[in-house]
Design a protein around this ligand. Structure first.
Ligand code: SAM
Length: 243
């Protein structure tokens, strides 16, 4: 019986990830490639990526801080660069695939005495061990273009966030046209060593009905990143209409 349930679960997970694949990046990373990439990046991540991504990270955490509810899941917490920006009222659980990145985050929590960080766990964000409706808010900063199956990530976050909760993403998304889009497609060849996809389209993460109901805001520098906020209640209403 368990085997049957397991198979049904993994088959439906495959369906979900296939739905986004048509829009997916040309070079896909699997979990081992993600771990290997971030093993290399862990020591220099803050210096190389910390600066350019700081504004997007601060904007996303400020948005989380304004939302109701205290239980926050930070997905792909990395070296924990965002952790000091949460207000004390938010209780944060961080998860990441990379033990090397998490080691840096744990060090930051100790060094900065971050008492509102409840746990930092090595866990796959596409298939967590959390019960349904465990969190008020889930936030994924610069993670959606790194996970092997972005649609599975979205499905999992919808499961673990309460029906009146929120899901936020801040990410770089592919510019469909123009010079910037051409550069992003060119950079995609380096996806494996970069550990992320420069040619990652929003449609690879979100189905059209979610894009339609999302709050989508460009974030500096130069709108390079985008903050996406999804309200679970809007999703439920959309799903009821379809049913
Ligand atoms: C670009 S870093 C972003 C780190 C952090 N959010 C930040 O703002 O600096 C992407 C992180 O996502 C993690 N990651 C990738 N796939 C994951 C998955 N399936 N589950 C959990 N973490 C994952 C990587 O290990 C890495 O630490």
């Amino acid at each position: 019986m368990n085997e049957v349930l397991q198979r049904v679960r993994s088959e439906s997970a495959e369906d979900v990830s296939r739905q986004g694949e048509a829009h997916g990046p040309k070079v896909a990373l699997d979990a081992d490639a993600v771990k290997a990439a971030y093993r290399r990046w862990a020591g220099v991540y803050d210096t190389v990526f910390g600066g350019i991504s700081a504004f997007g990270r601060k904007r996303a955490v400020a948005a989380v801080n304004r939302l109701p509810g205290s239980r926050v899941l930070e997905v792909g917490v990395g070296t924990g660069l965002a952790l000091p920006h949460y207000t004390a009222a938010k209780r944060v659980t961080g998860i990441d695939l990379s033990g090397d990145m998490l080691a840096r985050a744990r060090e930051r929590v100790r060094r900065d005495h971050l008492t509102n960080v409840d746990a930092l766990l090595e866990m796959d964000a596409e298939d967590t061990r959390f019960a349904d409706n465990s969190f008020d808010i889930a936030v994924a900063m610069f993670v959606a273009s790194v996970v092997p199956h972005p649609r599975r990530l979205l499905t999992e976050l919808k499961r673990v966030v309460k029906p009146d909760g929120y899901i936020l993403f801040v990410n770089h998304f592919l510019t469909p046209h123009g010079v910037r889009g051409a550069i992003e497609r060119g950079m995609a060849r380096a996806s494996h060593s970069l550990g992320w996809h420069p040619d990652f389209a929003m449609e690879a993460l979100l189905p059209p009905e979610d894009i339609a109901r999302a709050r989508i805001e460009p974030v500096p520098p130069a709108g390079l990143f985008t903050l996406v906020t999804l309200r679970q209640e809007d999703l439920s209403a959309a799903q009821e209409k379809v049913a």
